[in-house]
Design a protein. Structure first.
Length: 100
């Protein structure tokens, strides 16, 4: 249950991070130039700071959730894992060939 929640949160943070990175104004313009009207309302400097902070927070969240998912992952053991369903082969004694 906890593992599923961590994976879902990681996916949401990753999708948001992709969106934030695409919105950012790169040196070549990027998709950030499409939202130029919002920059004039809030000011270019303040909007860029908010987007940059959101990028760092989301990147940190993805990294932290990825590490957390390792500790929450269900373990595969002999008792409750797939390996317990595999039967060990029975050895059959070899028959000897008749002497000629």
């Amino acid at each position: 249950m906890l593992y599923t929640l961590v994976i879902i949160l990681t996916l949401i943070a990753a999708v948001l991070l992709i969106g934030i990175v695409l919105i950012q104004k790169s040196k070549g313009g990027g998709l950030g130039s499409t939202f130029a009207s919002s920059n004039s309302i809030l000011g270019v400097r303040r909007t860029n700071d908010v987007i940059e902070k959101a990028t760092w927070y989301l990147a940190g969240a993805v990294a932290l959730l990825s590490i957390l998912s390792v500790f929450c992952a269900p373990s595969l053991t002999q008792d409750n894992g797939i390996r317990s369903h595999i039967e060990t082969p029975v050895s059959v004694p070899a028959t000897e060939a008749p002497a000629e």
